[in-house]
Design a protein around this ligand. Structure first.
Ligand code: KG4
Ligand code: ZN
Length: 363
């Protein structure tokens, strides 16, 4: 790399059920540009099982990854020789898939003699608003997907403090499980949102988990069980029953998210001063009702809400490439011995309840 030429980084994402590759450019002034971004979702492969099946996911990544990388390189109009680095998500996630992506990145880096960036998938979500909005540190991230539910203070590259997390299910996971128990197809989030729009949220009295607690943690399993109990009490469900249960569930989630984030922003302010923004990422940020609730929370906390475009909120290669580029610019490169990790926390200074250890949200 010479002078002020942008640094081009290839990014590979295979931690869950999306196979993705992208090339981004990081300018000398720190601004980012996406040169290519290709994603192949495995939703169709997993839909018959009502959730992601790890073995099917790993095999599907193997089948399509090489082709996706070739497409990403071609779309970007670049060559391996012109890359400044090769990044892959090295975790947290389903270990079979992580191995596929990380091994591929290592091979490319080795053959073309490029630095390897073994990126934390959560860090990639956390740094995305710097790619999309050139956002300055420090900001407060709300990450809510099928595998993660976290409130994170993003203070700098490699400098994250987790302010809150779920003690049981991830938020998207709860949407998916509620959908499944009500007979709605996978992935359940959009289905539940649609049904909720037609339902009466007041018909069922459902719990608001963790409301009023001084920490910023989440809990979804009690609410999920309450929905299940109501459903089995009624026996055979009519369409309006399903709509009303979805509406009740979503209303309870909104109250809980608003309360938890208000606490998270308060803790942020006490420890780090005013954030530059509240950032929402992850598939659940696609939910319009949740977005509205987040905007109100941000308003009350006198900050602004930043939500990257949907394709960059959900899993993608551009965020991995970008996190790699941000790390590379600071000399944070990895060796060929970088391990794939099923679990990989962004920080270590949060005490987690014992119940947290046995769920996939415990990354
Ligand atoms: O970030 P994402 O695409 O993948 C990972 O989990 O990593 O998030 C997918 C999750 C699923 O659980 C899905 O049901 C949920 O996000 N989701 C939604 C909505 N759209 C997607 N949850 C609630 N409302 C939605 N509109
Ligand atoms: Zn993700």
């Amino acid at each position: 790399m010479t002078g002020d030429a942008p640094a081009l980084v290839l990014g590979i994402e295979t931690t869950c059920d999306e196979t993705a590759a992208a090339v981004v450019a990081r300018e000398a002034d720190g601004k980012g540009r996406i040169l290519s971004n290709v994603v192949r979702s495995q939703t169709a492969e997993h839909a018959p099982f009502g959730g992601v099946v790890p073995e099917i996911a790993a095999r599907a990544h193997v089948d399509v990854l090489d082709g996706l990388i070739a497409t990403a390189m071609k779309d970007a109009g670049t060559s391996y020789a012109r890359l400044a680095g090769v990044a892959a998500a090295a975790g947290p996630g389903l270990i079979g898939g992580v191995i596929v992506g990380l091994t591929t990145a290592k091979a490319i880096a080795l053959v073309h003699d490029k630095p390897l960036l073994a990126v934390n998938h959560l860090e990639a979500h956390a740094l995305t608003p710097r790619l999309t909005d050139n956002l300055a540190f420090p900001y407060c991230l709300f990450l809510a997907s099928g595998g993660h539910t976290q409130i994170v203070a993003v203070l700098g590259v490699g400098n994250y403090v987790r302010l809150g997390t779920t003690v049981d299910d991830a938020l998207g996971e709860a949407f998916d499980k509620v959908a499944k128990m009500l007979g709605l197809p996978y992935p359940g989030g959009p289905q539940v949102e649609r049904a909720a729009g037609a339902g009466d949220a007041a018909r069922f009295s459902l719990p608001r988990p963790m409301l009023g607690r001084p920490d910023a943690n989440f809990s979804l399993s009690g609410l999920k069980t309450a929905v299940r109990n109501e459903a089995s009490r009624m026996g055979r469900l009519q369409p309006n029953d399903i709509d009303d249960l979805c509406a009740g569930f979503q209303a309870a989630v909104l109250d809980s998210v608003a309360d938890r984030l208000a606490v998270g922003l308060k803790l942020f302010g006490e420890r780090f001063g005013a954030p530059t923004a509240l950032v929402a990422a992850g598939g659940v940020a696609a939910n319009q009702a949740i977005r509205t609730a987040l905007r109100e929370v941000a308003d009350r906390a006198q900050t602004r809400l930043v939500v990257p475009p949907p394709a960059l909120c959900t899993d993608n290669g551009a965020m991995i490439a970008w996190a790699g580029a941000e790390r590379l610019a600071r000399g944070l490169v990895d060796g060929q011995d970088a391990p794939p990790r099923a679990r990989w926390r962004l920080d270590d200074n949060v005490t987690i309840p014992a119940t947290f250890a046995n769920t996939r949200a415990g990354f």
